[in-house]
Design a protein around this ligand. Structure first.
Ligand code: BEZ
Ligand code: FE
Length: 289
């Protein structure tokens, strides 16, 4: 029988594992256990703290269902989702960022220049830019999906008073790679904090706010799909996003404009926007697959 001690238990785990398992799985799992053991030793983890940790995971299981996944939220709020994202996207394209729980499939197709604002409250925002390669070549046929909160900080899907696909669209770009649309300025909002993630945030003196943002998914044949979001430079939560989604290259400006003659020519709403309106210019750079 193996004499397991504080000093040998980590190696005992490795020794007990079969030797003919998948090498990558074996590597990841043994590293995970090594770090868990090191964590317990370094913190001199007490039985009470260990039980609290297990209760935290059980509570996450209990509050999760088809609509809410508290485990993803734990990953988001501890920075793990963002870290994995950054490890996997070290290239010259636009940075990726968290998907979040409010994306829904089936957003309506809208042509370039289309209007998402419709009857929504809030200032009009014109968002325009190119989908291109790092050397500036437009990516014809790329599809950009956008989703965002309304003026009240809630997404359609979350807020039953909004029409089903409010402030969501899919837009296919032409040979110039250009997209353009009218929408409203989204508001900052809190991640769900009524479950174990809320306990974690409070225990560490953090708040649940995210800076306001526009979410995008961009897909094009032959290119790496991009899941990302863009944030205004003047948002008060920019430096303390609850899910660590902000990257330098994802920061944009809402430029206030009063001159409707500066509006793009192909907007569905024409020049029928209230002034002042805001203009956002943002290009997305995709890298080959
Ligand atoms: C969001 O952006 O919608 C979001 C992202 C991560 C966790 C919760 C919400
Ligand atoms: Fe979001």
């Amino acid at each position: 029988m193996k004499d397991v001690s504080i000093d040998t238990i980590t190696q005992a785990f490795v020794d007990y594992c079969a030797k003919d398992t998948d090498p990558r799985t074996m590597f990841v799992l043994t590293k995970m256990v090594e770090h868990l053991h090191a964590f317990a030793k370094e913190t001199k983890l007490t039985h009470k703290e260990w039980t609290r940790g297990l209760q935290f995971l059980m509570d996450a299981g209990k509050i999760s269902d088809n609509e809410r996944n508290e485990f993803v939220l734990i990953s988001d709020a501890t920075g793990l989702s963002s870290l994995v994202d950054m490890i996997g996207s070290q290239h010259e394209g636009t940075s990726s960022s968290v998907l979040g729980p409010f994306h829904i499939l089936g957003a309506p197709d809208v042509p370039v220049g289309g209007d998402l604002k419709k009857d929504n409250d809030g200032a009009t925002v014109v968002v325009e830019g190119k989908i291109r390669t790092p050397d500036g070549t437009p990516i014809e046929g790329a599809v950009l999906e956008l989703w965002q909160t309304a003026d009240n900080g809630l997404y359609s899907g979350q807020d039953k008073s909004q029409p089903e696909y409010n402030l969501r669209c899919a837009m296919k770009v032409g040979a110039d790679g250009r997209y353009a649309l009218t929408t409203v300025r989204p508001a900052p909002y809190k991640i769900p904090d009524d479950g174990p993630v809320g306990d974690l945030l409070r225990a560490t003196g953090r708040d649940a706010w995210r800076p306001s943002h526009l979410h995008f998914i961009i897909v094009a044949d032959g290119y790496r799909s991009l899941v990302t979001e863009v944030f205004p430079s003047d948002d008060i939560y920019l430096d303390r996003d609850a899910v660590f989604g902000v990257r330098e290259d994802l920061i944009m400006e809402y430029i206030e404009q009063t001159d409707t003659s500066l509006l793009p020519r192909d907007l569905e709403v024409g020049t029928n926007v209230t002034v002042p309106y805001f203009k956002v210019d943002f290009d997305f750079v995709l890298v080959p697959e």
